[in-house]
Design a protein around this ligand. Structure first.
Ligand SMILES: *Cc1c(COP(=O)(O)O)cnc(C)c1O
Length: 380
């Protein structure tokens, strides 16, 4: 079976893991934790980083530090992984769901601008959603598939309404925005190192940011809000720490990041070229302002094809392929969430077919995938 997106442990992973065992640093403190935070912050151009147990806990921690609480609304594109919405729910808050732009699959700035203008009012510095009376507490753009949205426009709106921005950059490590780093585009930016992401720490996450006070708060809450060695805790904190074992993997993986990014982009370009001439088959969008990390690769099939059926046909040829995120507004736990219209999201999400894109994918295997899919599409 040619897998969809699996870890590629091609560097010093075994050596660093052995080091954890030899030095007895296997738990939530250790030299690799500090090193991974420092090196990742540098890599994305941020001053500070706090490592966490997952991307989801990174988002929950960031939202909490930025003051998102009970019954607040957090602006979120519906086209995202359910963890983005869950992190909001874990704060006791609710997502306010938006459509995406067709040219980036990231939150629709036009819809956001209009909704903020028409559906909210500012009341002693707080943004209040008129119909429900709920406070709008933050904006959470998602860097979909590794693509950064039009953050200049989002920042402008955030500044106008004095709303903090938490970027869900779970799968966007290595992406750039106007040829620049992405670590400072939001108050806090969260990454994931789950097994299928750009790099992995087994499981884990990281928040980066430039505001020292906020980031210190994040570190404090992440480590049970411990004040001193004598078990004094000044808040209800979390145990969201990354282990030294995870960070050891992460450090080894980070050394391979540039190689992985080249490979991810090469895979995406090859699929793009292979299906360019197919009518009714589209590629994932690539806006001009951002270079995507190309987390997942694939195609968007027109309505005459059924993605699940194509996946089955690929599977019988030994190829793992899958549909992609079902939007949040269609998920049972969020069926009653506050929402805008989803004209764009509804027009493409059912057609998405993700294809093998592990960084260990050989050229020969990718050629095989392309050939089989071309055959299936030509027949269908
Ligand atoms: C993977 C992912 C997450 C969650 O990260 P975990 O480490 O799996 O908790 C959140 N948001 C997006 C967009 C993701 O792709």
């Amino acid at each position: 079976m040619i897998p969809l997106a699996i870890p590629n442990l091609a560097g010093r992973e075994a050596q660093y893991l052995q080091e954890c065992v030899t030095t007895n640093f296997v738990s939530s403190v250790g030299p690799f934790v500090d090193r991974f935070e420092k090196e990742l912050a540098e890599k994305v151009g941020a001053k500070f980083a706090v490592s966490t147990s997952s991307g989801t806990t990174a988002l929950h921690l960031a939202l909490t530090v930025l003051g998102v609480g009970h019954n607040d609304l957090v602006i979120l594109p519906s086209f995202t992984f359910i963890a983005s919405a869950n992190a909001i729910s874990h704060c006791g808050a609710k997502p306010w769901l938006f459509d995406v732009d067709p040219n980036s699959w990231t939150i629709s700035v036009a819809q956001l601008e209009q909704a903020l203008a028409e559906k909210t009012r500012v009341e002693s510095g707080r943004v209040i959603h008129k119909m429900t009376g709920q406070r709008v507490a933050a904006i959470m753009p998602v860097y979909t598939l590794g693509t950064v949205p039009d953050m200049d426009a989002i920042r402008k709106l955030a500044n106008k309404y004095k709303l903090p921005v938490i970027a869900d950059a779970a799968a966007a490590l290595g992406a750039t925005y106007h040829h620049d780093h992405i670590g400072g585009l939001a108050e806090m930016t969260a990454f994931s190192f789950n097994g299928n992401k750009i790099i992995t720490s087994g499981g884990g996450g990281m928040i980066v940011g430039n505001d020292e006070t906020l980031m210190k708060k994040a570190k404090h809450l992440c480590t049970t809000a411990r004040v001193s060695e004598d078990y004094l805790h000044d808040q209800i904190g979390f145990n969201y720490r990354m282990t030294n074992i995870g960070a050891a993997l992460g450090c080894a993986q980070l050394e391979l990041l540039d190689k992985f990014l080249n490979k991810k982009r090469e895979i995406a370009a090859k699929y793009r070229a292979a299906f360019a001439s197919f009518s009714d088959v589209n590629c994932f969008p690539m806006p001009s302002w951002a270079e995507s990390a190309c987390w997942f690769s694939g195609v968007v099939l027109g309505e005459k094809w059924e993605v699940k059926k194509v996946c089955e046909q690929l599977k019988t040829n030994g190829i793992a392929a899958r549909p992609f995120w079902m939007p949040i507004h269609l998920q049972p736990p969020y069926a009653r969430a506050l929402k805008e219209s989803f004209t764009v999201t509804e027009s493409f999400w059912r057609g998405i077919l993700t294809l093998p894109c592990s960084t260990s994918l050989t050229g020969q295997d990718q050629d095989f995938v392309i050939q089989k899919l071309q055959n299936i599409l030509q027949e269908g």
